[in-house]
Design a protein around this ligand. Structure first.
Ligand SMILES: [Zn+2]
Length: 258
């Protein structure tokens, strides 16, 4: 800290932790909650408007994650910085942890980084996020489920996506499979396992890093962002997902699957 490479004193809020009661059985994570780019990075040289678009964050994901955590009495850990600065759902060795290109857009501020600049982002963004999440998981002794909340764009590289909700899993498919088998009565959203992304896209980093090693089941929710664009839709989605998760969680715990 303090040398000419650091992200600046206003970096501060790289993540936020919203605690829950000691009996919490679920923890909720939202890695791509914020599109904030520290001033020291000069907006990463992005074209106007791009910092507000889905490439910089997951629009709508944080309000859903927050409402979901309240409904499940779960602690929430969410990012406070754009994934274009560092994508906290990627390990440092991943090429897209600090993406030089996102979808079809060049990220000038991520091109030609020298090793010390790369290390600085890892040390100031990824390391604290990973450590804080690990700390929160250790704090609640009754945890048995990790849920991460994301949103995806309805149009990607010019193609319309019909999938509306993705239930993603890493090495442990149990919870995603159990959810897919028993959707809520009258569930109207096109729901699929490991779509529009899956393990091959490197998106299960948080799940695999913090789930199985801690004995937690895990699922990643990918919600198409046009379905959670308003406060009303965010609340409705969080309520539906929360009840669904609670029902499946109760069942899997009763079975002793955890
Ligand atoms: Zn995301």
């Amino acid at each position: 800290m303090g040398d000419s490479h650091d992200l600046g004193p206003e970096l501060g809020d790289v993540l936020h932790v919203c605690p829950a009661g000691p009996e919490a059985r679920v923890i909720v994570v939202c890695e791509h909650a914020s599109n904030r780019i520290p001033a020291a990075l000069n907006g990463l040289g992005l074209a106007p408007g791009l910092a507000e678009s889905h490439i910089a964050w997951d629009p709508g994901a944080l309000p859903v994650a927050r409402a979901l955590s309240e409904r499940l009495s779960a602690p929430l850990v969410h990012g406070g910085i754009s994934r274009l600065v560092y994508d906290c759902n990627r390990p440092p060795e991943a090429a897209d942890a600090i993406p030089p290109v996102s979808e079809i857009h060049e990220i000038p501020g991520n091109r030609g980084l020298i090793e010390s600049e790369r290390q600085m982002r890892i040390a100031e963004v990824y390391d604290p996020f990973r450590a804080s999440l690990a700390e929160e998981i250790a704090r609640y002794r009754n945890l048995s489920l990790l849920v991460t909340v994301h949103s995806f764009t309805p149009v990607y590289r010019g193609e319309h996506r019909t999938v509306e909700l993705g239930l993603l899993h890493g090495t442990d498919p149990r919870f995603a499979a159990a959810m897919a088998e028993a959707p809520p009565a009258g569930w109207r959203f096109d729901t699929r396992i490991n779509e529009p992304y899956g393990p091959a896209d490197g998106v299960t980093h948080t799940l695999d890093l913090h789930g199985p090693p801690n004995g937690l089941m895990s699922v990643m929710l990918e919600i198409r962002n046009d379905l959670i664009a308003t406060e009303e839709d965010q609340a409705a989605m969080a309520a539906a997902l929360g009840d669904w998760i609670a029902r499946i969680h109760h069942r899997t715990e009763a079975r002793g699957a955890a």
